[in-house]
Structure formats: structure tokens, C-alpha cells
Design a protein around this ligand. Structure first.
Ligand SMILES: Nc1nc2c(c(=O)[nH]1)N[C@H]1C(S)=C(S)[C@@H](COP(=O)(O)OP(=O)(O)OC[C@H]3O[C@@H](n4cnc5c(=O)[nH]c(N)nc54)[C@H](O)[C@@H]3O)O[C@H]1N2
Ligand SMILES: Nc1nc2c(c(=O)[nH]1)N[C@H]1C(S)=C(S)[C@@H](COP(=O)(O)OP(=O)(O)OC[C@H]3O[C@@H](n4cnc5c(=O)[nH]c(N)nc54)[C@H](O)[C@@H]3O)O[C@H]1N2
Ligand SMILES: [Mo]
Length: 772
């Protein structure tokens, strides 16, 4: 597995520790320290004036959409003072940084030297300022003109024996306009190889919701939070990853909603929140958010949900009509009787035990839910990145269906998306398995025959490159090497390619672990002005709740050699397809309205796109569930029958979840602290239960090695510090991407093929220094 030449994890000595300091686990998120911390970060990176200008326009109507997460802005309040959070400000600081990497920088720093740095150090280098080429065999990137770069890619693509030998990845920050053009180019070129970060993120939600409810997106709007009676939050850490959600939760609570949190960790934001925008928050008066905390074992969610459902069904039987919404079930669902029978064969107490949650708390939860009818369920990566993720999410749907909690105000599904436009990219057709309907629409509107054969998703792409079946890798954003599983295997896959191309804002490890030749194409970010013919152009995005709104950058780009993503796609298309193309790519680069007109013609829900996107606050896309309809084959919602399954752990095995610290955005590491969890200055840590530490004859603070053994391959991540933490037994947590080396390429979720990043079976042993 080891490839000597690749420093795939960073640092000559990837096991370099930075010096752990421990503090208290915080009782409440945000508050004044968060505001101070965000201002400091922005001022340091971008300078005071540039930084404040960016913050002032963040998430403001007419301003730019926060690049950090996909949580929506309040429909009514998206004006006046900007709505932003500490981590949104940090994401902006990263992008608005005044540090630029030009030809000089690359002439001084070889690829090998840069690869020795940690991800934190690489991320701190700055924005890429001009297109760069790494010629075959070279160790230094060299400047290249945009024309020469496009010509090189076009040649490489046209030289392949089939378009299916190329892979076109997308991360989730790409605008609707860029994404639509990108998939159009890729399909006219002739392949559906369009993997995206969704494959590693909410794919399981899309599959589960599509099959159960007929639409792969969530049904709630932000207003529903104001009417909800109960909000269940599973496998999500909003205090860090969607901080603005805490404001919505706080408002909901003020209106009487109860909050149930299901998580192996007592996450600070869910426990309490000092809203910096309220007087109480400033005074540090901490209203607890969670009413019932169910500290589930990793992947114990389905067991917990089924136990709750059994109790609800039993209560209904005792007192018919008092607990379940029989009318809803009768009129809108199929499979209820089978579901009822299925659960009758199970025992709630046994299930509670499997889930790790005391039965009394399961009973308390069922009692609460029995009397309520407006329930919202929110979830994120703690649910989607498991082998049985699709079934677990369908179990959430089962619960909502029992209560008739879909398609009415104050109730519904809320998969909380990650990247700020990951949902929009899918709507635009970034998908390796496009529907017939979508392809027909492309054919009708653009007079070419798009390929029908499904393409590769992320995991399939890695395997295809590894086997030599795919040879050119093109990434529209992201950091493929570090975000994907099985880092060493993925490194070999990328190194097998004849050409790897990264369209990027900032330097990352995917620029350093590369194909025979490699290109970096620097693009404008969300906060940058996109000037054309004297006009600053806007693009548009879709948030987690299906609202399309415009986003216009306000900062002067750090270099005049950056291109917008739509422009990059158009020039790539021209260089590759030339006269073969049926499309006027030049026109798109001149005027983004033309792109939006073509989106409107091709994709449902975008009527009067150009007009409505200019309305402050944007517009909602249609959502069948929201209207009480289910676009399944039967036109009904489906109950799903699943059985709790889990890995049988050997005595010395433990389940590891790979999570985000407070100081990172995915593979971009802002800092070395995880303030809310009381962990400072170190990322190579493993959070363990006291009993599990004892059982292995280890002690708090000891150095350990982590080992995974899957498919006959040993994967190791060495030198981590043990942290005793309130996490259930047989479970441990580490940070992503440091432990992606341990996530087996073949360990994926059923149906969605998502890597099981929250369910990695490992052994933990006292650290063995190399050469000893
Ligand atoms: N600041 C910041 N914001 C971000 C990101 C970031 O990296 N930094 N990333 C963005 C992206 S792309 C995404 S997808 C989202 C991710 O947002 P989250 O999903 O909140 O991110 P994770 O850190 O992966 O957290 C997973 C949570 O699930 C819990 N968990 C793990 N396994 C289980 C389980 O089996 N059951 C249950 N019930 N819980 C479990 C963990 O304890 C943790 O609280 O955030 C987005 N926003
Ligand atoms: N073990 C483990 N692995 C995981 C996860 C996990 O929880 N555990 N989470 C998964 C999830 S949910 C996701 S979404 C993926 C994330 O996977 P990716 O989206 O591939 O990774 P990011 O770290 O978000 O990408 C960061 C890079 O994007 C580039 N970038 C930033 N903004 C822009 C822009 O506007 N345009 C362009 N072109 N480039 C830009 C910068 O160069 C930056 O270095 O990781 C997945 N991997
Ligand atoms: Mo994500």
C-alpha cells in the first residue's frame, strides 16, 4: 500500500504532534468569545478594511452567500445587519486572505517540500494567483498561460480512447451557473463521470428520501421551525458546523418547541447557546437548548428509533386515535400494516440496549412524541456515513409518517446540507446517475445526444483511476485526495493519471499528490468581484431548504489572473470540443443571464429565473412534500422495513467516527483548537470512554496507534493522544482528514455507496515508535 514518493498525509513526519492542552468541555456555544474570535481571524487574514467589508456584506441581501454552510437565511430578516457566525467569518477570512501564491512562490517551494507540510500549514499559505503547470517529472510548478492550459487539457481529453476515461469531480461551492455549464460540457464531451462531494455527504439522504417520499431533498422551510412542537436532531453538530441553526432553534424553543438530541457526544452547541445577538447571550445567560439528550452508541440510531416507534404503536393500540395520525397514514402512505407487524416481532427494551440509551429515556421520548403532531427531524453526517445509512434515514421517515408529520407547517424532513451550494449543484445536473427526464431535456434543448450510461461516483472513480481505467482527473474545487477515503489508495489512484487538473482558490494537498502532469487553475471565490464589461456579475446558489438566491462578490480579486468558474468551463469546452460543439460557449461568458435562461428551459422550477433571482431573498423551488404530495411510483409515502444490523466487534475492536473540529472547514484547517470540546493545540487525538482506555491498559494522555484491517489490508495511523471523553463504550472519535487513511475504500453504505466515515472498525494499541 505504501508509496514512497507520496507524502499523502503531510509532514515528513506525519506523526508530528503539536502539544495537546486540555480545557473544560464548554457548556454553551457562541457568545462574545465567538464574535471576538471571528473578528480577529478576519482582520488577521484579510486586513481590517478588506475584512470588515467582506463581513458587512456576508449573507446580506444583495451581498454574497456565505461559503461556509448551506443553512438558510431567515426570509424576513435577510437585510440590515448581516447574519453570519464565527465559522462563516472564518471561511470568509480564508478566502479573503491577502496572501497570494504566484510564480515566485512556486519557484521557491518544490512539490515535495510543500507536501511535507501539515494541512494546517498548507492551508495557511494563501490564494493561488495564476495558472500553474507541473510538467511530467518536474518537482516545481511553473507558470502557464490560460490558453496553453486549456489547450493541454483539451488535447489530453481528446486523446483518450473513450470519454469515460475522464473524471470530472465537483465540490459543493460551485454556483448554479458554473455547475450547469460544467455538466453540459461534460455530457457533450460524452460521459456521465460526474462524481461530487455529495457522494461522501448526503447521498444517503437523497436515496432514502427519494425512495420513501419521492424527492431527495428536505421538506421544511425555516418558518416551519417557528411552528414546530418537537425538533429531533440526529448526528449533527450545529454549534460548529451550522452555527446559524442555533438561532433558529433558540427561536423555536422560545415558541415552545422541545428539542431532542441524539448523538454519541454531548455537543456543546446542542446543549446550550449564548446568542451574541441578544442581551441574555451577551450576559452569558445560557438557555439550555436540548430537552432530552439521547446519548446513542455510534450507529445505534435505528435501534433507538424503532424502540420509540414500538412504544408509540403500543400506546396507540391502548388508546386508538390518540397517538398516530391514522388519517394521514390511510390517505398518504403504503406499507403501514407490514411495518406494524415487522415491529411487533421486536422488543423495545432489547433495541434500547443495542442503542446504548437507557430505556427510561426512550420511554420519556416516546411519551413526549405521543402528544405532539408537528415534528421536524434534522440530521447530517452522523446518520449518512454508515453502512445502513439509507435504512436509518428511512427509519426517521417512518417515525414522521406515523405522526403525519410531513407536508404541513411545523413538520417535516431536514437533512442539513454541508457545502453552501451542494444541493444546487445536484439540481443543476451534477450527478453520475442522471434521470431519463433530465437527459431528455438536455437533448431537446441543446441538440446533442447526452450519454445514457451511468458514470462513476467518488468511490468508483478512485477505483477506476487505480485500475488505470480512468486517466484524466479534473476537479471543480474541493480537495479530492484528503476528502476521500483510504488516502494511500486514493493517492496511488491519482498518481496513475496522465493528467490531474484542480480548479481551486487555495493551495491544498490535491495539488501536491498528482498525476504525471498537473495543472492548477485559480478561480474567483464567492467574495470576489466578477467584473465583465465594467459590471460586477452575480451568480446564484440553492440553500439547504431549496431557496435560490443571488450572490455577488465585493472584494477586489487578489490577482488579475483569476477566472470565474463559468468562464473556465466555457474556455475548456471551446478548447476541447471546438467546432464539434452545438453550443455557443462564448455567449455564456459574456452574459450570465443567458446561462440562467438555458437553465430555465432545461430544469423545472426555474420559471422567470432572471427576474426572480433579482428579488431580494430569492425564490423557493417547488417541493412536492411541502405541498403534501409524494412523487413516488405509487404517489404515496412508503414505510420501510429494516432490521438493526451492526458489526460484531472482536474484543479489542472499537468503532471510530471521524468528525470535524471547531477549527476546520472539511480539509481546510483553520487552527488546532476544538474549543467547545475543550481540546487545544492538537488534532492527532482519539476521544475514548474511560472504560475502553482501562480495558486496553492505556491511560489518558498516552500515545497510541490506530489500526484498521479490512479486506486483508492493514491501514495504520500512528501517534495519536488518548483523550478520556464522555463518549459511549466501544466508540471513539478522531478528526477527519487525519484518519482518512483508515477508512477502507470498500466500506461503503448500501445503495448510496457513501464511504462509512462514521463507522470505521479499528484497534487501538500503545504507540510503537518506528525503528524500535
Ligand atoms: N465550520 C464548519 N462548517 C461546516 C463544515 C466544516 O467542516 N466546518 N463542513 C460542512 C459540510 S460539507 C458538512 S456535510 C456539514 C457536516 O456537519 P456535521 O454532520 O455536523 O459534521 P460532523 O463533524 O461530521 O458531525 C457529525 C456529528 O454526528 C455525530 N455522530 C457520529 N456518528 C453518529 C451516529 O452513529 N449517530 C448519531 N446520532 N450521531 C453520530 C458526531 O458526534 C457529530 O456530532 O457541515 C458543513 N459546515
Ligand atoms: N473521514 C471523513 N471524510 C470525509 C467526511 C467526514 O465526515 N469524514 N466528510 C465528507 C464530506 S461531508 C464532504 S462534503 C467532503 C468534502 O470534500 P471537498 O469538497 O472535496 O473538500 P473541501 O475540503 O471542502 O475542499 C476545499 C478546497 O476547495 C477549494 N475551494 C474553496 N472554495 C472554492 C471555490 O469557490 N471554487 C473552487 N473551484 N474551489 C474552491 C479550495 O482550494 C480548498 O482547498 O469530504 C468528505 N470526507
Ligand atoms: Mo458535506
Amino acid at each position: 500500500m505504501n508509496n514512497e514518493s507520496a507524502d499523502v498525509q503531510g509532514a515528513e513526519n506525519p506523526e508530528k504532534l503539536t502539544g495537546l492542552k486540555r480545557g473544560e468541555i464548554k457548556k454553551a456555544a457562541a457568545g462574545i468569545p465567538a464574535v471576538v474570535s471571528s473578528f480577529q481571524k478576519v482582520a488577521k487574514e484579510a486586513g481590517v478594511t478588506r475584512g470588515m467589508k467582506a463581513l458587512w456584506n456576508l449573507n446580506k441581501k444583495g451581498g454574497f452567500d456565505c461559503p461556509s454552510c448551506a443553512w438558510p437565511d431567515p426570509d424576513d430578516e435577510r437585510s440590515g445587519i448581516a447574519e453570519y457566525c464565527e465559522n462563516g467569518a472564518r471561511a470568509v477570512a480564508e478566502e479573503a486572505t491577502a496572501k497570494k501564491l504566484d510564480a515566485d512562490f512556486f519557484a521557491k517551494n518544490s512539490v515535495t517540500d510543500l507536501a511535507k507540510l501539515s494541512d494546517y500549514e498548507i492551508g495557511g499559505k494563501g490564494r493561488i494567483a495564476q495558472p500553474m503547470l507541473l510538467p511530467a517529472g518536474a518537482t516545481f510548478y511553473q507558470p502557464i498561460s490560460w490558453n496553453a492550459a486549456f489547450e493541454k487539457i483539451g488535447l489530453a481529453l481528446n486523446r483518450l480512447s473513450s470519454p469515460d476515461e475522464a473524471i470530472f469531480y465537483t465540490s459543493g461551492r460551485t454556483s448554479n451557473e458554473a455547475a450547469f455549464l460544467y455538466q453540459l460540457f461534460v455530457r457533450e464531451y460524452g460521459t456521465n463521470n460526474l462524481p461530487d462531494c455529495s457522494n461522501m455527504c448526503h447521498e444517503s439522504s437523497g436515496v432514502a428520501l427519494g425512495e420513501s417520499l419521492g424527492i431527495g431533498k428536505g421538506s421544511v422551510t425555516l418558518d416551519d421551525f417557528n411552528e414546530a412542537e418537537v425538533i429531533i436532531i440526529l448526528g449533527q453538530n450545529p454549534g460548529t458546523n451550522h452555527p446559524r441553526m442555533l438561532t433558529a432553534l433558540q427561536k423555536a424553543k422560545a415558541k415552545g418547541a422541545k428539542i431532542i438530541s441524539i448523538n454519541p457526544l454531548p455537543e456543546t452547541g446542542l446543549m446550550g447557546f449564548n446568542n451574541p445577538q441578544t442581551v441574555q447571550g451577551v450576559l452569558g445567560i445560557n438557555p439550555s437548548l436540548t430537552d432530552i439528550f439521547l446519548q446513542v452508541k455510534i450507529n445505534g440510531d435505528m435501534a433507538a428509533l424503532q424502540a420509540i416507534e414500538i412504544l408509540l404503536m403500543a400506546a396507540e393500540e391502548k388508546n386508538p386515535g390518540s397517538v398516530l395520525n391514522q388519517e394521514f397514514i390511510q390517505n398518504n402512505t403504503i406499507g403501514f400494516e407490514d411495518f406494524n407487524q415487522h415491529l411487533k416481532n421486536k422488543d423495545a427494551e432489547d433495541l434500547a440496549k443495542i442503542s446504548g440509551i437507557p430505556f427510561s429515556l426512550i420511554q420519556q421520548t416516546a411519551t413526549l412524541l405521543a402528544g405532539k403532531s408537528k415534528i421536524i427531524a434534522c440530521w447530517a453526517m452522523g446518520l449518512t456515513q454508515h453502512k445502513n445509512a439509507v435504512d436509518s434515514i428511512k427509519e426517521i421517515v417512518n417515525l414522521l409518517l406515523l405522526k403525519g408529520s410531513i407536508g404541513k407547517p411545523g413538520a417535516g424532513t431536514c437533512p442539513v446540507r454541508g457545502h453552501s451550494n451542494v444541493q444546487g449543484d445536484r439540481t443543476m445536473g451534477i450527478f453520475e446517475k442522471p434521470s431519463e427526464k433530465f437527459l431528455t431535456s438536455i437533448e431537446r434543448n441543446f441538440q446533442f445526444l447526452p450519454p445514457k450510461k451511468h458514470g462513476f461516483d467518488v468511490v468508483e472513480s478512485i477505483k477506476a483511476m487505480h485500475e488505470g481505467k480512468a486517466k484524466v482527473f479534473f476537479a471543480m474545487g474541493g480537495n479530492f485526495l484528503s476528502a476521500t477515503p483510504d488516502t494511500n489508495f486514493t493517492a496511488e489512484a491519482l498518481q496513475n493519471c496522465s493528467l490531474t487538473v484542480q480548479v481551486s482558490t487555495k493551495l491544498n494537498r490535491s495539488h501536491l499528490i498528482h498525476g504525471k502532469e498537473a495543472l492548477i487553475l485559480p478561480c474567483l471565490g464567492r467574495s470576489d468581484k466578477d467584473m465583465k464589461n465594467g459590471e460586477n456579475r452575480f451568480i446564484s446558489c440553492e440553500n439547504s431548504m431549496g431557496v435560490i438566491q443571488s450572490s455577488k462578490g465585493i472584494l477586489d480579486p487578489i490577482s488579475d489572473q483569476l477566472l470565474s468558474e463559468p468562464e473556465i468551463v466555457c474556455r475548456l469546452a471551446k478548447a476541447t470540443l471546438g467546432k464539434r460543439s452545438k453550443i455557443d460557449w462564448q455567449l455564456y461568458t459574456e452574459n450570465y443571464d443567458v446561462i440562467r435562461e438555458d437553465i430555465e428551459r432545461t430544469i423545472t422550477g426555474f420559471d422567470k429565473y432572471n427576474e426572480r433571482v433579482r428579488i431580494p431573498g430569492g425564490f423557493y423551488l417547488p417541493n412536492c412534500n411541502r405541498d403534501g404530495n409524494f412523487d413516488t411510483a405509487s404517489s404515496k409515502a412508503h414505510f420501510n422495513l429494516a432490521n438493526v444490523t451492526g458489526p460484531d466487534l472482536e474484543d479489542d475492536e472499537i468503532i471510530m467516527m471521524t468528525i470535524r473540529s471547531h477549527d476546520q472547514f472539511n480539509t481546510t484547517i483553520y487552527g488546532l483548537n476544538d474549543r467547545y470540546r475543550g481540546i487545544y493545540n492538537e488534532r492527532r487525538v482519539v476521544l475514548m470512554n474511560e472504560q475502553d482506555i482501562k480495558k486496553r491498559d492505556l491511560v489518558n494522555g498516552e500515545l497510541v496507534d490506530l489500526i484498521n484491517f479490512h479486506d486483508g489490508v492493514e491501514r495504520t495511523a500512528n501517534k495519536f493522544v488518548v483523550i478520556a471523553y464522555p463518549i459511549p463504550e466501544d466508540c471513539c472519535a478522531t478528526y477527519f482528514p487525519e484518519t482518512n487513511v483508515l477508512v477502507p475504500i470498500n466500506s461503503v453504505a448500501d445503495k448510496s455507496n457513501t464511504p462509512t466515515s462514521k463507522q470505521v472498525i479499528i484497534k487501538i494499541k500503545a504507540h510503537q515508535p518506528v525503528n524500535s
